[in-house]
Design a protein around this ligand. Structure first.
Ligand code: ZN
Length: 309
């Protein structure tokens, strides 16, 4: 017989069991909630970290890229510089400079405007070119080319005679001229400081210093002292317009010479037009100067003026 009390106890236990189950459910839910919370926090932290690492990576990549760009630019500059050096005329004058005596050397650079060759009308805009000027044992070289003009004298002791390369090139040219029935000869080649002093003095006594300076060099300032210069046939106005003068103007660059004091460039060269006075530069450079339509002073960006003019 089940008493009412027993029924109540059974009912109470069932209730307790249900409560316990309920409690367990609540505890389970709480722990799940905490787990979820913890999980979210971990995920949030990891995102931040990933963002941070992504930023670091981006910065690193940018630095690498900038570094690569700088290297590329430098390499390009070096290649360009190398090409320019290769393209530059191998210069016959340096050979004559005594290498052992490079004791007093000063180097400067000048920037000048050089115009494009007149052949190319469309690209006649002015080009800025840098020139390297060196003074070795009192002798001035611009881009490695020995210079003697009214601004840049030679030392009194510089006495090379007519240089073999100048004489050889002239003989070759004279042979070619002879084939065309033209007779070319050296009327004046090398002139020493002493010889030039005598010549100049004679002109000064005859015409006065001002006039003499327009056609004759003061001692030390004559290009004839370089050993690269020759007066062909008749060094006077009578030579102008002759078959020989025409042939010389047309062909001298084929043998490495230029007409050194061209017509219309008197204010640049400092001398009157001298169709007989040629300067040896080597074939490549002579061709370049001729093609430029410039006189040597303009080509090298220098002037030719006595300091006490
Ligand atoms: Zn001359």
């Amino acid at each position: 017989m089940v008493t009412e009390r027993e029924n109540f106890v059974t009912f109470w236990r069932e209730c307790e069991l249900e409560r316990e189950e309920g409690l367990l459910k609540i505890i389970g839910a709480q722990s799940m909630y905490q787990d979820h919370n913890n999980y979210s926090r971990v995920r949030r932290r990891s995102r931040k970290e990933r963002l941070f690492f992504a930023r670091v990576k981006a910065v690193f990549c940018m630095i690498l890229f900038a570094f690569a760009v700088v290297i590329c630019v430098k390499v390009a500059q070096q290649i360009k510089a190398g090409t320019q050096i290769e393209a530059h005329e191998p210069d016959p004058r340096q050979a004559a400079a005594p290498q052992a005596n490079v004791s007093k050397t000063t180097t400067t650079t000048s920037t000048t405007a050089a115009t494009e060759p007149p052949k190319n009308e469309s690209s006649s805009e002015e080009k800025k070119e840098e020139h390297k000027m060196e003074v070795i044992d009192g002798i001035t070289y611009v881009d490695g080319i020995m210079i003697a003009n009214k601004s840049y004298p030679l030392p009194e002791s510089y006495d090379p005679g007519l240089l073999p390369e100048t004489e050889k090139a002239f003989n070759k040219m004279a042979e070619a001229a002879a084939q065309d029935g033209i007779y070319l000869f050296i009327s004046s080649g090398y002139r020493s400081h002493f010889t030039q002093a005598q010549i100049y003095q004679e002109y000064v006594e005859r015409d006065g210093k001002k006039a003499a300076d327009t056609y004759s060099s003061r001692p030390g300032y004559s290009e004839h002292q370089t050993g690269y210069t020759i007066d062909v046939n008749d060094p006077s106005d009578a030579f102008r317009g002759t078959q020989e003068a025409k042939w010389l103007a047309e062909h001298c660059s084929d043998y490495g010479f230029i007409i050194r004091y061209p017509e219309g460039k008197e204010d640049k060269t400092g001398y009157e037009y001298e169709p007989w006075h040629i300067r040896y530069l080597g074939k490549k450079l002579a061709k370049k100067v001729e093609a430029s339509g410039l006189c040597l002073e303009e080509y090298l960006g220098i002037d030719s003026e006595y300091k006490d003019k």
